[in-house]
Ligand binder design. Sequence first.
Ligand SMILES: [Zn+2]
Length: 451
Amino acid sequence: MGELQTHELTLYSIILFLLFETLVEIYLTLRQVRVYRETRTVPKELQNVMDQDTFEKSRVYGLDKANFGIFRTIVCDVVIALLELYCGFIALIWARSVQIADRIGLNAASEIQVGCVFVLVLQTLGVMKEMPFRIYGTFVIEERHGFNKQTAGFFVKDQIKGFIVSMVLTIPIVAVVIYIVQIGGPYFFIYLWGFVGVVSFLLITIYPVYIAPLFDKFRPLEEGELKSSIHELASSLKFPLGQLFVVEGSKRSAHSNAYFTGLFGVKRIVLFDTLLVNKGLPEDDPTLTESDKKKGCKNEEVLAVLAHELGHWKLGHVTKNIVIMQVQMFLIFLAFSQLFTYAPLYQAVGLPAGEKPIIIGFIVIVMYVLAPYNTVISFAMTIISRRFEYQADAFAQELGYSKNLGQALIKLQLDNLGFPVHDWMYSAWNHSHPTLLQRLERLKTDGKKQR
Ligand SMILES: [Zn+2]
């Protein structure tokens, strides 16, 4: 009497860890909020390039985003997520999915078919939960600070497209995963690993060519000086450059500025239009608004940014990331294979004794049981990513781009209203890139050739 059963203990441990992790994240954000509140003057390193007005705008923008982020975290990750766990939400959805499968003429006894319905229902509910926050973030916060370029119509279409594409990709994968676990025998995790590995290579290959264009417009970079100097830079580094694209309407992700894609053979480089002066268009182009015109980087600065990106390639960062990801995946599948028959995990999320749907086992183990492990790994990956960024900066520096790279980083920061001062703990936990001041500091020291 009164003693906790194993599945209750499991549930409470999961809830406690998630709560602890979320509280730590809120605490770190609050530290950054204090920095936004208390820092009222431009850091001295930037006094020549950032005026007080831009600084103040970036401060208010940062504060707005942080406060909204905390609110969202409390509602979604604390209240809703923990209530769902406590009330056995996942088990309810599973039971409903069995009924739905039956009603729409599927085989309700087939775990694969019910699993597909389950994923669809779970994702639909997930999107509905997120939607008020996405709408507020885009049409209130981003709008207020002049970043929102989306109309309501574009937003709705974009969200629907995103949902359909993600479901078309996810549902068949889920079906095959369940099938492999069912028939794979004791070493199913090896087949699972192979399958997911092949699928991720396929996705990395087809995504830029077939999927990304569904969401954003890509146009070839105009003939001219910039294009020929990029080709020159690429060939001097033996980078197998195929096509060069500019992606339009890139406000969706203000942080990226250029990237390359393609695993084997010829690669393509994509530049965000916001990286280029006048978005890479002629000055009198009718689509340019007044606010677009002052922004963007000069050609040498764009080259410096590309030198950094090509540094990632030359230094093998892409390959290293893929290897880390594959090892990661292997360990996760191995852990899953060892744990997924353990009944209390299923009862912990509300399933009746004896029911052990594979997909739910997968979610519980990967998202909840491995949560502490995921946290450690993601922190380690953030640290590795910052190292890679420094290395790519150093690579561009070696090529003589330190001054132009520094200027480009400053411009991008200003154009995106990035706030330049950070709490060190917040930064260490959240930033996949070193901060602007940290990067400028490194670019200043032992600069080799200047260009
Ligand atoms: Zn980088």
